[in-house]
Design a binder for this molecule. Structure first.
Ligand SMILES: [Zn+2]
Length: 480
């Protein structure tokens, strides 16, 4: 198996995996069959292939540019990730099936587990929210033990077959980063933003929930940050507001066959919007379940940010630069679109019922998420440097996340509230770069940059770079 052959096969496999993901999430298919796709590409999830590429990398000329060497590393780690996925596939599919079909009982009704967060978000009565939340705990417990089993198995493979002592070292190498140093930076970030965040949080905890710092439970915070307590609504359905925003910026979605919005109503469709780049840049879908709620519009813009990034990616980029980069790179652009919906000039055009207090509230929500994820970086680094997750995790999670946010982070969720591979680092780095990008766009094109074709021309230049640069590297290339 050669490097070039791996790239060819991977591009095909990725397309099949993404299509499966789309069909499942869009409610067009019920049972995941990722195993069948893996069966069609046995060479890709094979240690022999990884070894062959490592040899090829060693044969590279010593003057080979860093970019070429890094592309080899991306390919090697992609194979290792596929190998790990294959080793844990049966358990992952079992967990996904369970999560999709699990039901909870609340107020004598049976509700799909996946719908509960939406019910909590919209529920203004605290005792009802708590009831829903408590009803999920048996499912949470079962999912936690399933997830622990998957991670245990992954750790075994990482140690035995890859030679890394723990998941921290493995992901740190895979993402070519220094997570410990970054956790230090996140500690500074928490200190720097404390002065702005705490009074804002206390104000909204008090006014909306009637609670003090530390008294807010997860079921209160989901209701709070969703903005359900505000009577703000859109002048147009959310998909139309999105189309119109982009149209003013010179992007006509109707003339882009490679970027599609799937907003058909299907009962089994995921309640949360998502973007699947089935084939970059030729087939990108943003899947959304129309709800009419204002809180969903920022999620829709977020997912369209991913969609635009992938749809405008330069097709001539190599596979490692198009498909194998850091997920955080795309999150820069999704956050960038998402926060358009927080801007007074955008609200002025598309929303009614908003005021300065609402803008202030959205600032609180922004800081809440950034601080929650900064805390997750610190927590996950500490957790995955060791392997005594069940013993260390619950206390550590509760303490670090509660201190950072003022929201009591319930120990029961210490393991479910983790995404594979330190996604928290990618999110945090993307936020950091997005803040700089937004400042730049405002400075260059004005406060209403999101209605200006020139701004989108600039963004198209960035989107076209695909996943070539990791977030912090992109920032240093752009602004030194
Ligand atoms: Zn995203």
């Amino acid at each position: 198996m050669t490097y070039e052959r791996v790239l060819q096969l991977y591009e095909r496999m990725q397309e099949e995996l993404n299509r499966e993901h789309y069909l499942l999430g869009a409610g067009l298919k019920e049972k995941p069959e990722y195993d069948r796709i893996f069966e069609r590409y046995p060479e890709l999830a094979d240690m022999k292939t990884a070894t062959a590429i490592i040899r090829e990398k060693m044969d590279l000329h010593e003057d080979a540019p860093d970019e070429v060497v890094e592309a080899y590393d991306r390919v090697i780690f992609t194979i290792l990730e596929l190998y790990l996925s294959l080793k844990t596939l049966a358990e992952s599919q079992k967990m996904e099936m369970y999560e999709m079909s699990a039901e909870v009982e609340a107020e004598g009704k049976r509700v799909p587990y996946r719908m509960v967060p939406l019910l909590i978000q919209k529920e203004s009565k605290r005792d009802k929210r708590r009831l829903y939340y408590d009803a999920t705990l048996p499912v949470v417990e079962k999912l936690t033990s399933m997830k622990l089993e998957i991670y245990r198995k992954a750790l075994m493979v990482v140690r035995k077959d890859f030679g890394y002592p723990n998941l921290y070292e493995y992901h740190n190498a895979r993402k070519m980063d220094d997570f410990s140093a970054y956790a230090g930076r996140m500690k500074d970030f928490l200190k720097e933003t404390e002065e702005e965040y705490r009074p804002l949080a206390e104000e909204f905890f008090g006014e909306i929930l009637g609670l003090r710092w530390g008294e807010v439970e997860p079921y209160d915070s989901s209701y709070l940050v969703s903005g359900s307590a505000f009577d703000v609504s859109l002048k147009l359905p959310d998909v139309d507001a999105l189309r119109e925003t982009l149209r003013r910026g010179g992007i006509d979605l109707d003339s882009m066959p490679n970027l599609r919005i799937d907003d058909e109503v299907r009962p089994k469709k995921s309640p949360r919007a998502f973007c699947v780049p089935i084939k970059i840049p030729d087939e990108v879908v943003v899947v959304v379940k129309p709800s009419g709620a204002f809180s969903d519009v920022s999620t829709l813009f977020h997912e369209m940010g991913h969609g635009l990034h992938f749809a405008f990616t330069d097709r001539n980029l190599s596979v490692p630069h198009r498909l194998m980069g850091r997920v955080g790179t795309s999150e820069i652009y999704s956050f960038n679109m998402q926060y358009v919906t927080d801007q007074p000039l955008w609200l002025d055009a598309f929303a009614v019922g908003w005021d300065d207090r609402f803008v202030k509230f959205r600032r609180f929500v922004y800081l809440y998420y950034r601080r929650r994820y900064a805390a997750k970086v610190i927590y996950e680094v500490e957790l995955f440097k060791g392997d005594d997750w069940e013993r260390v995790g619950p206390d550590l999670y509760e303490r670090i996340l509660t201190d950072a946010t003022g929201v009591h982070h319930n120990r029961e969720r210490y393991f479910l509230d983790i995404d594979w591979g330190f996604y928290s680092v990618d999110y945090s780095q993307a936020w950091e770069v997005e803040a700089a990008l937004r400042e730049f766009l405002k400075g260059e094109f004005g406060e209403d940059w999101f209605f200006k074709p020139e701004a989108y021309e600039y963004l198209k230049g960035l989107w076209s770079l695909g996943m070539k640069y990791a977030p912090l590297k992109l920032a240093s290339k752009l602004w030194g």
